[in-house]
Write a protein that binds this ligand. Sequence first.
Ligand SMILES: Cc1cc2nc3c(=O)[nH]c(=O)nc-3n(C[C@H](O)[C@H](O)[C@H](O)COP(=O)(O)O)c2cc1C
Length: 241
Amino acid sequence: MVDYSNLLNKRRSSRHYLDESFSNQKMEMIKDQLAKLKPLDPKITTRFVITDRDKTKAKFGRYSLLAYSEVKPGYLLNIGYMLEQFDLLMNANDIGTCWYGLAKEDNNLEGLSFVIMIVFGKTEENLNQDRTRINRKSKDLIWQGDFDARVKEMVCLAPSAVNSQPWRFISEKNTINVYRQINYRTFIPISKRLYFNTIDVGISLCFLEIALTKLGYNFTRRLIHGESDDEKERLVEYAIL
Ligand SMILES: Cc1cc2nc3c(=O)[nH]c(=O)nc-3n(C[C@H](O)[C@H](O)[C@H](O)COP(=O)(O)O)c2cc1C
């Protein structure tokens, strides 16, 4: 995982874009980096396609990155984890991004299902400065148990659909368990909540691993493929070595 730790409190969703195209060289750089995103589960086949945003159902952005995946246990976590690296990479290059769950593509690609898109492009936002106010839940609500407070703070900054922050962490001795909690007040139906909030948890894993790595922790992870729709379901277990 690339060290994006200095971006966790800089990155943001950009919703105002300039109508400017990237040079071929810049687009090649982006495609090159796309191929280097680290999967959470390398056994899940994924494909990423960049297209003009106005060829998709998204309402803003200059380009859309469409994510396709095999549908098998862990695929939503995997896409969240991978595309968050793209989100951070773009922000690192002064390129605006916004996860865009509201725009669904009908087409599938070579047997892979469309999962979600991120729009991106040149933006009016200044991406190169720390955010003064980030609207997030407190670390005490998100994380139960003793652990390095710096890791807790970094994880809490992750973005999520409608800012729902459905991740919960419970640490005990050398183990961190990651849960998805979906019993918050919202207009979003439960099936959609499960879908987007699982992607969100994948995003939080990206933040967690960036924080752990930056602060010198070695770890292994185990994905737990439960089938239940429990309000609070354990999805991943980390062992700190
Ligand atoms: C899975 C996912 C789907 C999202 N879908 C949309 C969307 O359809 N439209 C939108 O404007 N923002 C969308 N967002 C952006 C969130 O609203 C945003 O990340 C959150 O409010 C936190 O704000 P920040 O990204 O500026 O820190 C989505 C975010 C995620 C992670």
